[in-house]
Design a protein around this ligand. Structure first.
Ligand code: PLP
Length: 436
């Protein structure tokens, strides 16, 4: 790699003049310049390197610039760079086959979208068409994407200025550390969250509810690992009332938890699975819905009223084939499981014992959150100014962190090495010490 200092300034000037950024007031932004990357590291034009413990938006599961994925995209670009969705294309079929190979029995079809939001959008559409019902139940602590129904299914603040879709109902999901249910054990949290869900469904009228849409492990909301029995209980409630269960695996899927799908670790099979991010680590924008046979067969005769110009785009399909084959061949998902079990779980627990500011540690695989509190007793979240200072310290030490509200999400690529984990833990440790 060759470095050129002047390009960082030019990048920032162009960005500030012409690029309109997501979820931000545009006036006072100072984005990090990233010019290149490899594996778990990224760098700017001047050669300043960062250990990427954010995986960007928790999507670069296979790491940056994996040669097999780059080669698959390049080869497909030389062969056929684009083709309409109504055609049959070999690479698209190979991508779909690889995706369903990782799904439970009874899932054979994939509807491809451009990303995670429109995956949820189309899953909601399928649930409504399948049931002939209208309402979608989702949780307040969730993010499902930035389009019509997906953003209104979302629970966090981003829903509120965008509430133009109809038929959405929200509930509180389980979150033992900040229980809405006065629970004193995870089992009680699970039981009471299920009772709350069922009562809301009954009060809304079960016959009006098409789907329950949940992130298997709510990610942006804080890596909220579900307590024992919760997801199986949701499945049972959906079965009782004839409701479609949609599990959003956009962030949790394809290796992040140390499993191909996060729900593989729980006693639950959904009716629809949405995916994006980890399926190809975001090298080309793509997402989709994996459709259970029971729902897919309805559309053997009935027209599915949905589509996208780029559904099953050949470059996206090639990147999926390249990524999933390399992940399988190189044991990338097993690496994520091992890193979580043998390195991150003990190291993050040790950090929590050392730093009183860490109120809670939760996660699995390469999907963890450290929840930071100003007071261990009251659990008052660490103020934004201190979180910002912490972020700055970590960046200066060469770590690109994922900081969300009062939490550090520890979310490196699934290919992260033991040495890189040790390096990151040392930086977290020193940054947390700087707060004392
Ligand atoms: N669902 C979940 C769980 C997500 O984390 C995200 C993005 O962060 C989305 C959906 C939306 O995906 P996209 O940004 O690709 O539309």
């Amino acid at each position: 790699m060759t470095f050129d200092n002047s390009l960082d300034a030019r990048t920032l000037a162009l960005d500030s003049a012409h690029v309109f950024h997501s979820w931000s007031a545009q006036g006072a932004l100072s984005p990090l310049v990233i010019a290149g990357g490899l594996g778990s590291r990224v760098w700017d034009h001047a050669g300043t390197t960062y250990l990427d413990f954010s995986s960007q938006l928790v999507n670069v599961n296979i790491g940056h610039q994996h040669p097999a994925v780059v080669a698959a995209i390049t080869e497909q670009a030389g062969l056929l760079s684009t083709i309409g969705p109504a055609t049959a294309n070999l690479t698209r079929g190979e991508a779909a086959r690889r995706i369903v190979e990782h799904a439970p029995d009874g899932f054979e079809k994939v509807f491809f979208t451009n990303g995670g939001a429109d995956a949820n959008e189309n899953a909601i559409r399928l649930a409504r068409l399948h049931t002939g019902r209208d309402k979608i139940v989702s949780t307040y602590r969730s993010y499902h994407g930035n389009t019509g129904a997906a953003i209104v299914s979302t629970g966090d603040w981003r829903r509120i200025p965008n509430e133009y879709a109809r038929g959405h109902v929200h509930v509180f999901g389980p979150y033992f550390y900040r229980s809405e249910f006065w629970a004193t054990t995870p089992e009680q949290e699970s039981e009471r969250a299920l009772h709350h869900l069922e009562r809301v469904i009954q009060a809304e009228g079960p016959g009006s509810i098409a789907g329950v849409l949940l992130e298997t492990i709510p990610g942006t909301a804080g890596v909220l690992v579900p307590p024992p029995g919760y997801l199986a209980g949701v499945r049972a409630i959906c079965d009782t009332y004839g409701i479609v269960l949609i599990l959003d695996e956009v962030m949790a899927g394809f290796g992040r938890t140390g499993r191909w799908f996060a729900f593989d670790g729980y006693d639950v099979t959904p009716d629809l699975i949405t995916f994006a991010k980890g399926v190809n680590s975001g090298y080309v924008p793509v997402g989709g819905v994996i459709i259970s046979d029971a729902i897919a067969k309805q559309f053997d005769d009935q027209v599915f009223p949905g589509g996208l110009t780029y559904s099953g785009h050949p470059l996206a399909a090639a990147s999926i084939v390249g990524a999933l084959d390399a992940m399988a061949a190189e044991g990338v998902v097993d690496n994520a499981a091992r890193i979580g079990r043998d390195l991150l779980a003990p190291a993050l627990t040790e950090l929590a014992e050392k730093h009183a500011v860490i109120g809670d540690v939760r996660g699995e695989g390469v999907f963890w959150a450290l929840e930071l509190v100003a007071d261990a007793e009251t659990r008052e979240p660490l103020p934004a100014a201190q979180m910002a200072a912490l972020k700055k310290t970590m960046l200066q030490a060469g770590l690109l962190p994922f900081v969300q509200d009062n939490r550090i999400h520890v979310v490196p690529p699934c290919v992260v090495t033991d040495d890189e984990v040790a390096e990151a833990i040392d930086i977290y440790d020193r940054a947390l010490s700087s707060l004392d």
